[in-house]
Structure formats: C-alpha cells, structure tokens
Write a protein that binds this ligand. Structure first.
Ligand code: FAD
Length: 345
C-alpha cells in the first residue's frame, strides 16, 4: 500500500463499495477499497434478482466487481478499517486498519453493510441463509410450494406470513413471543389459509442436513422445510464513531427493526466529506440496489471533488506569484514550446 493521499478511501468492498470504486476509478480518481471480506449474503449459495447475473454465487459477483474496478486503477486491499478521523485544517481523512497501517483520503465512503442479529433459538444460526430465511425475494422461489414456517418476532410477523403465502400455500405462523394478532389479522390469515400455532419455539428438527420441522416448548414438532425469521438489522458502522457519526434506530409500526446511518439520497452524511451507501444506510437495500447506491455516491463524491478542484484552481489563479499560478501561466503561454526551451538550456 502506498502512502499517497487518495481522492477516496472506500471502507467495505461489497456491491455498494465496489460499484462506487468502479465509478470513481472510471472518473480518473485515485481510489483505495479496504474490505474485510464478509459480505452479508455470504451464507447464501446464490444471489437472486440481480439483472443480467441472476442466480450467480455471491463470491463470484464480487470477484467480477473487483476485477472490473481494479481494471480502471482502483486499489483493493483485504483488511478491516477500525478507525477514521478528520485531518486538521480540512485536509481530508485518516483511516486506520486493524494492522495499524493508516491511509489518507480527501473523501471517505463507508459501505460496510449490516449485521443480521438472529433470535437466540438453538440451531437457527447454523442454517441461516440455507433453510432459515428472511427475504422472500432472495429465497422465496427456491422454497416455492414447500411447507414454510414464520417465527413471529415482531408485530410485522402477520405481514411476513401474508407475503410468504405468495410463494407457498402451506404457511404456518408460529406466534412464539410476539403479540397475539388482532381480529382483522386473524381474518386475513384465515382467508389466505395460513395456520397459526401458539407456544414458544425452542429449536429446529434437522435430518440429513435438511430442516424438517419446528420444535415447540411443549414437545410438539410441526413439519416444515423452511423457517422465516425477522433478524434485527444492525448497521456495521463502528468505524464512523470517531467522526461523530452514530447509527439511528429505524422503527416500523412502533417496533425497532434495526439501525442505520442517516444520509441524503446520494449518500452524503451530516459530516462533510463522508458518504455512506448500501445496507449501512438503507437496511432494505438488495444487492442491485446497493450497487446502484454505490454508483450514485461515487458520482456525487466526484462532483464534490470537482467543485473543490475548481475552487482551488480559481484561488491559485487569483493569487499573484503563487507557485500554482506560475505553473498554470507557464503551461498556458508556452504549451509545447516549453519543451523546446528546456532542450536549449
Ligand atoms: C442470507 C442472505 C441472502 C441474501 N440473498 C440475496 C439475494 O439473493 N439477492 C439480493 O439482492 N440480496 C440478497 N441479500 C441481501 C444482500 O446481502 C445485501 O443487499 C448486500 O449484501 C448489500 O451490499 P452492501 O455492499 O451494502 O454490503 P455487504 O455486501 O454486506 O458488504 C459490506 C462489506 O464491507 C466489509 N466490511 C464491514 N466492515 C468493515 C470494516 N470495518 N473495514 C473493512 N471492511 C468492512 C464486509 O466484510 C463486506 O465485505 C441476502 C442477504 C442475506 C443475509
């Protein structure tokens, strides 16, 4: 790694970070991507709904992205960024990796994603992304027509059950610790043929590395081929703490579903010069949306840098006898003849 001042350091090399790196390197900006190598969808064997690459393995999509971005000059290094701070005098930012190596940049883009915090039901984490699922658009087609169980963890569970019913006509809602559905919700569930089972879910039944059922506290086992949960989506934003940027709770229907870093539509945060994109700021973003957000943030950062470049050039032009002004005048007045002058010296 060089000690240069990069135009942009991108922390996180998932879909959002690599897409931004591609945009910025094609805009002839110097870019360094620092990536810890744990994208959120790593447990899944395939990534779906990415137009043009439907069903691609998550690791393969990122390998293609790394190749594309580095083809235009982006530097990509493995590692975890542990701290970021402002340099004095508005000179940019300093980012420190876990191995102590520090890099500096004029702008910072954080695309570190989120952590899916699963409920503490034994056996759930081991099967996450395989037959313990959350997103019907990611996995619904793969479990279509199979017996699906929704483990209620929030007031949104009824909505989840009604949604998953689109993929299977055999959906069971396990009430677990969630509040009892209201009369109107019971009517909706009944109208769509969704069974409701009360009692605490205490574990999963597995046979031959396949989920076969949901175990309840009273010993009942309800046969199921897939289980759906609502994880808590926690922004992976610790690296921003030193910049005074902290995650905000996202509430839906009075229930906290996760945390995110607030930003404007292009990803600019309240700290000038610091951008965010992807799941760290939008908990619902899918891979193609994260890539699009990274592209948008990359273009916005380039625009921000361009404005600063122009301001500096104007200042230099106005300042008499500055080194920069002399260089620009020399360039303009002598042009290619400058080389001739040098030769005769
Ligand atoms: C099981 C599962 C299956 C899914 N399937 C699909 C699907 O089929 N289709 C779909 O569209 N979406 C799917 N998703 C959602 C998808 O994973 C996200 O939309 C996508 O990963 C978001 O991209 P991102 O770039 O914001 O974050 P991520 O892909 O999570 O990338 C963040 C990167 O930043 C790195 N990082 C984090 N902290 C640091 C740090 N401090 N320093 C350096 N690097 C750091 C991480 O290691 C990671 O490489 C799935 C999610 C899950 C959980």
């Amino acid at each position: 790694m060089t000690t240069q001042m990069y135009d942009v350091v991108v922390i996180g090399g998932g879909a959002a970070g690599l897409s931004a790196a591609l945009t910025l390197s094609r805009a002839r900006r110097s870019v360094l991507v620092i990536d810890a190598g744990s994208p959120r969808n790593a447990p899944a064997s395939h990534a779906h709904n990415y137009l043009g690459r439907e069903g691609i393995a998550p690791g393969q999509l990122l390998a293609i992205g790394r190749e594309e971005a580095s083809g235009y000059g982006a530097e990509i290094v493995e590692g975890e960024a542990v701290a970021a701070e402002k340099l004095p005098g508005g000179a940019g930012f300093r980012v420190v990796r876990e191995d102590g190596i520090a890099v500096t940049a004029r702008r910072l883009l954080v695309t570190t994603g989120l952590v899916d915090e699963l409920p503490p039901i034994p056996g759930l984490a081991e099967r996450w992304g395989r037959d313990v699922l959350h997103c019907p658009y990611c996995h619904g087609w793969e479990v279509r027509d199979l017996p699906v169980g929704i483990v209620a963890l929030s007031p949104m569970a009824v909505h989840q059950a009604l949604l998953w019913r689109q993929w299977s006509d055999d959906v069971t809602l396990f009430l677990h610790h969630a509040p009892e559905p209201g009369d109107e919700e019971y009517e909706q569930l009944a109208a769509r043929g969704i069974a409701v089972v009360d009692g605490e879910v205490t574990g999963l039944e597995v046979s031959g590395d396949r989920l076969t059922g949901v175990r309840l506290a009273d010993g009942r086992v309800v046969p199921r081929a897939a289980v759906v949960v609502q994880p808590r989506f926690t922004a992976r934003s610790g690296v921003l703490d030193g910049l005074g940027l902290h995650a905000t709770a996202l509430e839906v229907g009075g229930h906290t579903v996760g945390t995110y870093i607030a930003a404007d539509p292009a990803g600019a945060t309240e700290v000038p010069g610091v951008w965010v994109a992807g799941n760290v700021t939008n908990l619902m973003e899918q891979v193609i949306g994260a890539a699009a957000a990274g592209q948008k943030a990359g273009a916005a950062i380039n625009g921000h840098l361009m404005t600063e470049d122009v301001r500096r050039a104007v200042e230099a032009r106005r300042a008499p006898f500055s080194a920069e002004a002399e260089r620009q005048v020399c360039e303009k007045t002598l042009g290619s003849r400058r080389h001739g002058l040098q030769e005769t010296r």
